[in-house]
Design a protein around this ligand. Structure first.
Ligand code: GDP
Ligand code: IMO
Ligand code: MG
Length: 434
């Protein structure tokens, strides 16, 4: 039997529009599962003019009755999760019996957030410019085997001791903050975590087996990526990356399911590129043109409000991460943002020390000095905003999309022309057929 699941993964530096694409698809799914990252993610969904920014709750939640899973690979800040659920309820979205979190998901404590800021500031000019949501320190504790997991909340006898391990790991690096009681008092923190016990009792689950059961019963499951491939801990622009696996392997580790449970891998690609935070960005542009794209695309971070850096599409990098993910189909978003341009540069390959290289230089120093080699595609100078039929697209917009598809060897399956659900062109009828 063919597996009815799809993965929706960002192929750039995050913020590709995954939330919008996943919300659009959720209608046709039974469940949506987040496998990695934490509240560093901000997935924006606009429904009838109402804007939702989801950080931990999967983007299927706005569709009545759809199940939402948070896997063991996610770093969960209990306060953020509780607030997000309360906000959804207050806005009329019923979450009861629809959200499930794995026993093994690691917990973000206040000390992780403080430590995140301290460590990053300590890097001086080399700061990563993290979201300060405690992501790096939480995953570091997980690897060092001192982390706290959802299941630990239920064990009143050992909780405080385990929190003590976490505090000991970070306290020495915290300077003055290392004495702040709200951060380093284990008994106070244990009490605070216990206050989340009723929430977790209601939603805790064994996520992997639940998903496998759904798939075995012919249900449709969508695996929701967070961040993007270029932020992957191993395959992104290290060290300017996040601390989780944002590429395809993260799904199986983060949910506890085998590769055979994946049907189709969709890659979400913005029609240009953005990056929030520091790190190399060879196709970055500055000045008036960058400002106007930033304004038109509303390129400000959904989590931190930071202006996003803006640049041209990098096909060389795109080909690399398409191979890593085994991408079957592309979803191209924000086409409308390019509407006014006379011509659109696209990076085809790189030049390093005067030599042309079609593959992306894999070591960091070479990548930092790589110069993009551009092709220029004619603009369409016509509004595509809100278009939802492929045959309405201007000829040159079609040519731009065809060019991306041809140069990557991957068919385009969805085109997004605005932030609302309706502003979407579905090229393929059934996303669950590969
Ligand atoms: P995510 O993290 O990948 O889910 O992306 P974000 O939500 O952080 O950022 C994408 C932004 O672009 C959000 O503000 C969306 O509302 C918006 N957006 C998504 N698709 C489109 C589109 O096709 N056109 C325009 N103009 N905006 C879009
Ligand atoms: P979504 O899911 C864009 C970036 C941060 C920083 C780096 C490390 O909305 O696409 P971290 O806090 O993870 O340690 O920060 O990664 N970053 C994102 N950028 N979108 C995201 O998520 C991001 N999550 C992390 O800006 O450069
Ligand atoms: Mg985002």
């Amino acid at each position: 039997m063919k597996v009815k699941s799809i993965a929706v993964l960002g192929l750039q530096w995050g913020d590709e529009g995954k939330g919008k694409v996943i919300d659009f698809l959720s209608d046709q799914c039974d469940a949506v599962a987040r496998f990695g990252g934490g509240a560093n993610a901000g997935h924006t969904i606009v429904v009838n003019g109402d804007k939702f920014i989801l950080k931990l709750v999967p983007s299927g939640i706005l569709h009545e009755g759809k199940l939402c899973f948070i896997g063991a690979g996610v770093a969960c800040d209990p306060e953020v999760l509780q607030n997000e659920i309360s906000e959804l309820e207050a806005r009329g979205i019923s979450t009861k019996g629809r959200i499930f979190i794995d026993f093994g998901a690691h917990l973000v404590l206040p000390i992780h957030k403080v430590s995140d800021g301290f460590r990053d500031a300590g890097r001086g000019k080399g700061a990563i410019d993290t979201t300060k949501r405690g992501i790096g320190p939480t995953y570091a504790d997980k690897s060092s085997r001192v982390g706290l997991r959802v299941a630990d909340i239920f064990d009143g006898n050992t909780l405080e001791t385990k929190i003590g391990y976490v505090i000991d790991t970070h306290r020495n690096n915290l300077g003055d903050r290392g004495t702040d009681e709200s951060i380093v008092n284990a008994s106070r923190l244990a009490q605070n975590l216990r206050s989340y016990e009723p929430l977790f009792r209601e939603i805790v689950s064994d996520v992997g087996p639940e998903i496998l059961r759904l798939l075995a019963n012919g249900k449709r499951v969508l695996f929701e990526g967070a961040q993007g491939a270029l932020l992957d801990l191993d395959y992104g622009t290290y060290p300017y990356v996040t601390s989780s696996h944002t590429t395809i392997g993260g799904i199986f580790i983060g949910l506890g399911i085998p590769p055979s449970s994946l049907g189709t891998a969709i890659g979400v690609v913005k029609a240009y590129m953005t990056r929030v935070g520091s790190g190399p960005f060879p196709t970055e542009i500055n000045g008036k043109l960058a400002d106007s794209l930033r304004e038109k695309g509303r390129e400000y971070g959904s989590v931190t409000g930071r202006p996003r850096r803006v640049g041209w599409l990098d096909l060389a990098n795109l080909r690399r991460v398409i191979n890593i993910n085994g991408t079957d189909k592309l979803a191209i978003t924000k086409l409308d943002v390019l509407d006014e341009l006379d011509e659109i540069p696209v990076c085809e390959s790189y030049e390093v020390d005067g030599a042309k290289v079609s593959d992306v230089p894999s070591n960091h120093p070479d990548f930092c000095k790589a110069k993009p080699v551009y092709s220029k595609i004619k603009g369409w100078k016509q509004s595509t905003a809100g278009m939802n039929k492929i045959d309405r697209l201007p000829k040159n917009a079609r040519a731009y999309l065809d060019y991306i598809s041809e140069k990557t060897g991957v068919p385009i399956w969805l085109i997004s022309t605005g932030y609302s659900r309706e502003d979407t062109i579905f090229v393929d009828a059934d996303p669950f057929s590969s």
